[in-house]
Ligand binder design. Structure first.
Ligand code: NDP
Ligand code: 1BO
Length: 322
């Protein structure tokens, strides 16, 4: 259930309570492929847009810029304790002894003493210097339990407030739940009307795990153009909202937090104006019935080696569940 609150500037906003006891703001700013624009985007989002949630990752190569943007916002009067900052442990760091150094490096880049949320970015371990697509020997065995134990220690040591995973399947999440002392607070996964990911959403709900929807607008060029989808456009016109706002709101009405990326100041501000209206049931159902269901980010280019394995197809990556 979402909780409504107000920012110090009086802007209405929503958040969800996590298993860890902390709250995650319902809309966050995505920063993948924001590059050198990340610091300006983060500053604009925090100071002009009323965002309090920023999503980044070591792999995005933008953590220094995100840190600069946050620092500038803090100088402008925003309190660090009111921010929710997510980062992710990259695939080359997926061995127990590499978890803490990776986190400390991320904290240094972000100029922060702690993270609000640290996620396993993808459940596949890569050799440092792995090629894209991977060559033989690039994808290594992943000790999920050993890595998770180290993530749990980061929480005990107050370096991280909540921990979670991304891009997990039912099989992998059930495996993790079998040994976890700390149940993941968040599962982050691709989710939009073109890829509802219903089975994972249901498993997370059953276990009280909050879901964050990534690529809520269908991602960037080469992704899925949901902004110009007929159903989305029709409903946006009817509600006098933009397609971007309808897509964000669809995720919120499913009980997920949503992290649209933009480096355009107007679109950054547009994407969070979603708290004082609803998508009526009939339109919500229409958005939830788009028939062409397909992942945009299937991981093939990063993890599949068709001849050498260990993952020889996209279906292998997703445990043949799609
Ligand atoms: P999104 O679905 O958020 O789409 C971003 C694209 O939409 C950009 O091209 C952006 O351009 C454009 N855009 C933004 N707002 C609007 C709008 N209102 N109208 C029209 N176009 C708009 O894509 P992402 O794949 O970036 O996903 C969001 C975030 O999720 C990422 O940035 C990242 O933080 C996270 N993520 C996590 C993953 C994981 O493995 N855990 C994987 C993928 C994403 P412009 O910037 O010019 O506005
Ligand atoms: C390569 C990482 C995908 C976006 O999180």
């Amino acid at each position: 259930m979402a909780h409504t609150t107000f920012t110090p500037e009086g802007q209405k906003t929503e958040s969800f309570r996590l298993l860890s006891g902390h709250k995650i703001p319902a809309v966050g700013l995505g920063t993948w492929r924001s590059g050198s624009e990340a610091s300006h985007a983060v500053f604009t989002a925090l100071v002009e847009g009323g965002y309090r949630h920023i999503d980044t990752a070591w792999e995005y190569g933008d953590q220094n810029e995100v840190g600069v943007g946050m620092k500038r916002a803090i100088h402008a009067g925003i309190e660090r304790r009111d921010l929710f900052v997510t980062s992710k442990l990259w695939c080359t760091e997926l061995s127990p002894e590499r978890v803490r150094p990776a986190l400390l490096n991320t904290l240094q880049q972000l100029q922060s003493d702690y993270l609000d949320l640290y996620l396993i970015h993808w459940p596949f371990r890569l050799r440092e210097g792995a090629s894209k697509p991977p060559m033989a020997g690039d994808v290594l065995e992943f000790d999920m339990e050993g890595v998770w134990r180290e993530m749990e220690k980061l929480v005990k040591d107050n370096l991280v407030r909540s921990i979670g995973v991304c891009n997990f399947t039912l099989t992998k999440l059930n495996k993790l739940l079998g040994f976890a002392d700390l149940i993941p607070s968040v599962c982050q996964m691709e989710m939009h009307p073109g890829w509802r990911n219903d089975k994972m959403l249901q498993l997370c709900r059953m276990n009280g795990i909050h879901v964050t929807a990534y690529s809520p607008l269908g991602s960037q060029e080469g992704g899925r153009d949901l902004i110009h989808d007929q159903t989305v456009e029709r409903i946006a016109k009817k509600l006098n909202k933009t397609p971007g706002q309808v897509l964000v709101k669809w995720g919120l009405q499913r009980g997920t937090s949503v992290i649209p990326k933009s480096s355009n100041p107007e679109r950054i501000k547009e994407n969070i104006k979603v708290f004082d209206w609803v998508i009526p049931d009939q339109d919500f159902e229409a958005l939830s019935s788009i028939s062409d269901q397909k992942r945009v980010l299937d991981g093939e280019d990063m993890f599949v080696n068709k001849s050498e394995g260990p993952f020889r197809s996209v279906a292998d990556l997703w445990d043949h569940e799609d």
